[in-house]
Design a protein around this ligand. Structure first.
Ligand code: HEM
Length: 197
């Protein structure tokens, strides 16, 4: 389990102050069934966590490079008139790094659900910018939350292969990562459509 968390600005996994997720554990279980997420995936993700642990900086280079190369995405880290906010990027990057390891290693339990609710809200007008005091646009459009599943999954392939595991294990880690990202993006959609989720 990752313990180097206390110095990550704005990271509040497990805090008592977090609201309870509107999604229940039973609903989460049905979502897991829907993406065919089971014990083998939990094991593959644990293995992925070990493979990725020392590569998070390089992964973030790729992801930030991708966002930075697309002005329609970079705008969400920018002021309303389009100036990138370096401090905001830097602080979110640290939480993003922590998320990679959490997605692999944390149990998907009530504490997980509650922090996913917090992250979801941080992508919406309810809480975006608040954690870092950023003067950025108020909300990330839902369509990009969904579309991000592909790049966040596809770009992970070479990093998962870098551990030197047999092809079938690398494929199992990649499939488990794909399911995990899909689960995250799905529960993060909740505040965008609370009545119809
Ligand atoms: C599958 C989709 C996505 C994943 C896995 C993801 C991952 C994350 C993570 C882990 C955090 C930090 C959470 C925390 O505070 O602990 C975060 C925050 C953030 N993400 Fe995303 N994200 C996704 C979609 C997007 C999209 C499409 C954009 C727009 C380019 C975006 C921009 C941001 C911004 C601006 C923040 C900071 C929000 C704040 O003000 O607190 N994210 N994201």
């Amino acid at each position: 389990m990752t313990t180097e968390t206390s110095h990550v600005p704005g990271y509040s996994y497990g805090d008592d102050s977090l609201e309870r997720s509107p999604i229940t554990l039973d609903e989460l279980d049905l979502l897991k069934q829907t993406v065919l997420f089971g014990p083998d995936d939990v094991a593959a993700l644990a293995q992925a966590g070990d493979v990725l642990e020392n590569q998070t900086d390089q992964i973030l280079e790729v992801w930030y490079g991708y966002v930075g190369a697309h002005p329609h995405l970079a705008r969400y880290f920018s002021t309303p008139d389009g100036v990138l906010i370096a401090d905001y990027l830097g602080r979110v990057r640290q939480r993003f790094r922590q998320w990679i390891l959490d997605a692999c290693r944390r149990p998907y339990d009530q504490a997980w659900l509650d922090y996913q609710n917090e992250i979801a809200l941080r992508h919406t007008r309810v809480k975006k910018n608040a954690t870092d005091g950023a003067d950025s646009v108020p909300e990330i459009h839902l369509r990009y939350m969904i579309a991000f599943i592909f790049p966040i999954t596809a770009t992970m392939a070479p990093f998962l292969a870098a551990g030197g595991h047999p092809r079938e294990q690398v494929d199992a880690m990649h499939a488990a990562w794909f399911k995990a990202v899909t689960l995250h993006a799905t529960v993060w959609a909740q505040p965008y459509a609370p009545e119809r989720f």
